[in-house]
Design a protein around this ligand. Structure first.
Ligand code: IMP
Length: 423
């Protein structure tokens, strides 16, 4: 059973890109199964920083990569990302395939999203404004366009004429914005499709063929479990399922192929956008960690909110994803503290909670219960084996394992490829 899934076990930005890059070295195919260019995976290769939004991180290992059917794709962003990577010597065209049932992000999705965020005012979700939510809305409402629809120009023009007249009603009458021209959108899509037509495939068939031949497939999750539309901190979530289970629906493969589910977890916690965050710390502590950890959004550049490690969050992730291992990232960022608090539980209205609540109002009333662990002063960025970590850093990792009840398989101690420890 050769498939591994990497998921984010917090609110995204756990360093999944780094973890995928590490595991992709031994993979034969890397597949994204959900989300779109709201994701941002940062990988350093030597002195070069790569920020990927759509194309799987495995492309940097010169491996075959696939954008699966569960994704929403902005073709303009895809072509730009491809051009930028190609200009830097990455072989994209040879390696990239695109599932024909992936949905398209269209210009009206971005306009409607921006207008809706403005309308919500103080209740805004704080989305990345990439059109993700409206594109998934249309998918579920059965008025989406898929990559495969671009192969039939006549039918596409008819579909767009109907869709754009509907969207224009929304833009003009609800949001008081100018409408769009269906033919212009159609022409633009067709010219973009010409450039990708040779890469379009049936993602299920392609993945299944690889799995059946015993090839090692790596499913690259995006965002994080707490941003999951069903199990995250709704409504402050993204519009897809970043969970491991979404691989099966997103790619069209059976769950029996999924052998190993690796949850990426920062040694502390971050979140961007609005919504409750029980272990969030005051700005003086946050700014220290933000600077050392480079905690600014890869996609939007926003400063990330920062908090201590929250075992309630990662324990929920372990349950929902069926985590078989944890990859702890950014452990080096904690070197600067004398003690490091870890959230071991919550109380709400004076009562202890045994599990992370699904209800956002309950969550916003939760108080973290902390256990303070002694930190370590040593710089650990050069450490390459678990036994060489300072005793307190080892104890910190062991405490996370104990609280989450999942073994730690990897520890990352810096941004470079080799700054990793296999436990
Ligand atoms: P959307 O995915 O653009 O609709 O944004 C919804 C929420 O998810 C916002 O709070 C975003 O900041 C957050 N979000 C979406 N993708 C990511 C990610 O990759 N990392 C961190 N937060 C994300």
């Amino acid at each position: 059973m050769p498939a591994t899934v990497v998921v984010g076990s917090q609110w995204g930005d756990e360093g999944k890109g780094r973890v995928v890059d590490l595991l992709a070295a031994d993979a034969d195919l890397i597949v994204r199964y959900q989300g779109g260019n709201n994701a941002g995976h940062t990988v350093w290769v030597g002195d070069e920083r790569f920020a990927l939004h759509l194309i799987p991180t495995g492309i940097l290992r010169n491996k075959p990569c696939l954008l699966g059917g569960g994704m929403v794709i902005d073709l303009g962003v895809l072509l730009k990302e491809e051009a930028e990577l190609t200009a830097r010597g990455v072989a994209v065209r040879e390696n990239l395939r695109i599932g024909d049932n992936a949905h398209l992000i269209l210009p009206y999705h971005k306009l409607v999203e921006a207008a809706e965020e403005e309308r919500r005012g103080s209740r805004a979700i704080g989305t990345t404004r990439r059109g993700i939510g409206p594109a998934y809305e249309d998918k579920i409402a059965r008025r989406g366009l898929r990559v495969g629809d671009l192969a039939d120009p006549k039918r596409l023009r008819e579909q767009l004429s109907d869709l754009v007249s509907y969207k224009n009603l929304l833009l003009e009458r609800i949001y008081a914005q100018p409408g769009l021209d269906a033919d212009e959108i159609c022409d633009d899509l067709l010219s973009k499709y010409e450039q990708i037509a040779g890469c379009v495939c049936d993602a299920s068939v392609a993945t299944h063929q690889a799995l059946s031949k015993g090839r090692r497939v790596l499913f690259e999750g995006a965002h994080g479990t707490m941003l999951d539309i069903d199990w995250g901190t709704y409504p402050f979530v993204t519009s897809s399922n970043p969970l491991s289970g979404a691989v099966t629906a997103g790619i069209g493969v059976g769950p029996q192929w999924l052998e190993r589910i690796v949850g990426a977890a920062k040694a502390y916690t971050t979140r961007v956008g609005a919504g409750p965050f029980p272990t969030e710390v005051a700005e003086d502590v946050a700014s220290k960690m933000r600077d050392t950890g480079g905690e600014y959004g890869t996609t939007t550049g926003r400063a990330r909110r920062i908090g201590w490690f929250d075992a309630m969050v990662v324990r929920k992730s372990a349950r929902i994803n069926g985590l078989s291992a944890l990859a702890i990232t950014h452990l080096d960022v904690l070197s600067q503290f004398e003690t490091v608090p870890v959230c071991v539980g919550y109380t709400c209205d004076g009562e202890a909670l045994s599990e992370f609540p699904n209800d956002i109002d309950v969550l916003s009333r939760c108080q973290p219960v902390y256990e303070s662990l002694p930190a370590w002063e040593e710089d650990i960025s050069g450490v390459r084996s678990f036994s060489d970590l300072p005793a307190n850093a080892q104890a910190y990792v062991r405490k996370i394992e104990e609280l989450v009840a999942v073994p730690v398989s990897h520890i990352l101690v810096g941004r470079q490829r080799d700054q990793s420890i296999i436990v």
